[in-house]
Structures are given as structure tokens and as C-alpha cells.
Design a protein around this ligand. Structure first.
Ligand code: ZN
Length: 415
């Protein structure tokens, strides 16, 4: 799809055209976008972006896992690089803005800076990260975790997608031969700045234009298995039952109430429940449920887990039933760099933007970079807080305000 993008990218309104253009790669009939890692739509998008970056006179290159970079060389960079961007992949039938906006905003900001001030002192690179969502293969942050040296090919050797296509085979077909893999790990990244849609409704409710992210929450996920005794629904008196469903119900209400008691930012979700035998006239012998816990402070998560699991054990012991608690995800909370947040705050104040500090309840590449270098994450509002959906939307005016702020932040960091 050819679009008329103003090559100077100085005009307001270009961001909308760029969003539509990038969304055309992998666009579904319902307006959603599906761009899974290494898929044809993903390849088309990365190559189109590469071409666009070249036309903007950035020096472009792919690393060996498919992260795309557009480099604006600094005059006095001392080998250090300011990196800015976001991820190109989407969930299945995702929105046009998640990830894509961060790449487009970074590109526009860098081109505007170059047009106005020429070459920066410090090198700036725009990155289109190959993968963040975990929507094709069961792993996340493949792009940023390669750049920060956390992941390499060993982590995907036995990984397959839902169709049985191996990770390495998919990589090969996309033009990234695993046999030619060299580590994309970078030692020269001085700072990382990401701008992203909020994917929540806090900023819209507060009528703010900019979110300065202070923390990205930590996440733990568990599978809880309760074993009781399956029996006849008519002949088993209530006091003699080992009913896994009624026990699970008690535990779920307990854990839900406990979050409210402990901390207003703490969230816990039971989103999946499996009942055995799942028959109307049989007392359930087994229940398995998922538990997703998020907060920006590790100690709060620790305290919460300690208290709820103690109650789980007490309850099950008194009922002479069994419980097993298995954890399968543990992502630590990450604090964004305070200095960079202050710099963004000053920039927002200087431009009379309505801003707020905010905690991100969703995961972002910034949390991976945040462990490796000073990192800043900026938000623009999402209409009705909707994301990962064809209905995802951010007003053009808000997109433009975000770019304006990002441009100022990059100017302060690199010029
Ligand atoms: Zn995202």
C-alpha cells in the first residue's frame, strides 16, 4: 500500500497517516491488525519501515533476530547511543497503536530534530523491536531481551508455535538464518526511551495528555489445584463433603477481598477455572484455577502471597482436603529512571501539557531495558482504555502531543 507521507514529517497530521500505513501490514477485515513474529505481515512491515528509514536518510540495519534499527550518527557520541522505539508485533486482531505508535513517534521525532538542528551530539537510533507480545510463540520480549543479552538462541531451541512450526524454522523463513546468528547484545546503549499508548483508562478519566511512568508492575502467576472428593449430590450430607467448588469459591473471595485490604494498587485475577468432573449432580472432586497478581513493589506481592497462601493451607487442612500451589511466572517490578522522568516532567511543564505520574499495569519493553540502562516510559491516553482490540484508538491530537514531548526529551538527551 502506497501512502503519501510528507517526507519532512513536519506537518501535524502525518502521524495519523503513518499509523494507517503501518496498520495496512497485517490488517484484518474487522480493522484489527495481526502481525505475529516472523509472519509474512511482520516481514512486510519491517521491510517497509526499513525502506522508509532509508528514504529519511537514516543508516539502517537488522540484527540477527530481526530487530530493525535506523541510526542518526552523533558528532560526539563517544560510542554511546540513545535508543528509542517500541515493538512491531501485535496480538491476534490487535489494535493499530500498540507498539506501532512508539516506532512511528520515534521516527517522526528523530526526523524533526534532524530537520531543525542537524546531527545530534549523541547518536540516536530508532528501533522497531521484533517481538514483545508473546502472541505466536510462548515467550515474550524476544527483541529487547536479545539486545540486552538476556536471551540467545538457546532459549528458543525447543520452542514451537500452535501449528508446530519451530521458532528457528520461522526465523529462517523470515530471512534470519539461525546458522548466522551473532549475539544482538549491545553494550553501547546509554538510555532507552519508549512512548506507548496507556492501554488503560486512568489518563482519560483524569483528562491528562501525558503519563510519566514511574514503575512497571511485577507479575506472578500461579496454578492452584484443589483436591476434594467427588460424590453424590443427593446422598452426601453437607457436613461430610469435600467439595472442591465451594472451597475454591471461598478462597477466591478471600484473595479478592485481601487485595482491597492490603493496598489500593494491588490487583489479583482468577481468570481461568477448571472443574472436575463438571457435572450438575456430582460434587466436584477437583478444581484448578489460575491466579495473576500484580503490584509495583515486590514486598507487597510477597506479603500478599504469604497471607493468602497461609489461609489456603489453613482452610484445606481443616477440611482435610489437598491444595497444590505452583508458580509459573515471576516478573519483578521495574522502576523507571527518576532523572529521566524529571527531565520529561520539565519538558511537559515547559509545554503546558497536562501530565501525571502513572504505574503501568501492563508489561513493556521498557521493563527489559530498565534493568540494563536508565529508561523512560511515556504514555498517551487510550480511548475508553481499550487495547489489544480493533477498537483501540488514540486521538490524533494526543498522538501529536506525545511526539512533541518525545522530541523534546530526545533533544535534551542527545543535542
Ligand atoms: Zn505494546
Amino acid at each position: 500500500m502506497a501512502i503519501q507521507v510528507n517526507k519532512q514529517l513536519m506537518d501535524k497530521g502525518q502521524v495519523g497517516a503513518m499509523i494507517e500505513w503501518l496498520a495496512s501490514f497485517g490488517q484484518e477485515e474487522n480493522g484489527g491488525v495481526t502481525r505475529l513474529l516472523y509472519s509474512p505481515a511482520w516481514q512486510d512491515a519491517q521491510h517497509a519501515l526499513n525502506k522508509f528509514m532509508e528514504e529519511m536518510n537514516l543508516t539502517t540495519y537488522f540484527d540477527s533476530v530481526g530487530n530493525l534499527f535506523g541510526r542518526l550518527q552523533g558528532t560526539d557520541s563517544k560510542g554511546k547511543t540513545i535508543l528509542t522505539g517500541s515493538h512491531i508485533d501485535t496480538v491476534v486482531e490487535g489494535g493499530k497503536y500498540d507498539g506501532a505508535y512508539g516506532i512511528i513517534a520515534s521516527l517522526i521525532a528523530v526526523i524533526r530534530l534532524y530537520n531543525q538542528y542537524g546531527y545530534p551530539k549523541k547518536t540516536i537510533e530508532v528501533v522497531s523491536l521484533c517481538e514483545e507480545e508473546g502472541s505466536r510463540f510462548p515467550l515474550t520480549f524476544w527483541g529487547s531481551r536479545n539486545i540486552t543479552g538476556v536471551y540467545n538462541l538457546d532459549h528458543v531451541k525447543n520452542v514451537q508455535d500452535a501449528n508446530g512450526i519451530s521458532f528457528l524454522e520461522a526465523m529462517m523463513h523470515a530471512g534470519f538464518d539461525p546458522g548466522k546468528y551473532t549475539s544482538p547484545a549491545r553494550k553501547d546503549i546509554e538510555r532507552f526511551v519508549e512512548i506507548h499508548i496507556e492501554q488503560g483508562m486512568v489518563m482519560e478519566k483524569n483528562q491528562n495528555q501525558i503519563g510519566l511512568v514511574s514503575h512497571i508492575v511485577g507479575q506472578r502467576r500461579y496454578t492452584i489445584h484443589i483436591k476434594g472428593e467427588s460424590n453424590h449430590a443427593g446422598t452426601t450430607p453437607m457436613y461430610f463433603r469435600k467439595d472442591a467448588v465451594s472451597t475454591a469459591c471461598y478462597l477466591i473471595s478471600f484473595l479478592t477481598e485481601k487485595t482491597k485490604e492490603l493496598d489500593p494498587s494491588l490487583v489479583a485475577t482468577v481468570g481461568k477455572l477448571t472443574v472436575k468432573p463438571n457435572v450438575p449432580n456430582v460434587i466436584a472432586g477437583e478444581v484448578e484455577f489460575s491466579l495473576d497478581i500484580r503490584h509495583h513493589e515486590e514486598r507487597i506481592i510477597d506479603q500478599y502471597c504469604h497471607e493468602i497462601f497461609a489461609e489456603f493451607k489453613r482452610t484445606l487442612e481443616s477440611l482435610k482436603m489437598e491444595v497444590s500451589i505452583s508458580q509459573w511466572m515471576d516478573v519483578k517490578p521495574v522502576m523507571m529512571d527518576i532523572q529521566m522522568r524529571n527531565l520529561a516532567r520539565e519538558a511537559a511543564e515547559g509545554k503546558n501539557m497536562r501530565y501525571q505520574e502513572i504505574i503501568s499495569g501492563a508489561g513493556h519493553d521498557a521493563q527489559v531495558f530498565g534493568k540494563a540502562c536508565p529508561t523512560s516510559l511515556l504514555f498517551v491516553p487510550s480511548r475508553n482504555g481499550i487495547s489489544h482490540s480493533p477498537d483501540e484508538f488514540t486521538h490524533g491530537e494526543d498522538l501529536e502531543i506525545g511526539i512533541d514531548l518525545l522530541t523534546e526529551v530526545l533533544y535534551k538527551l542527545a543535542y
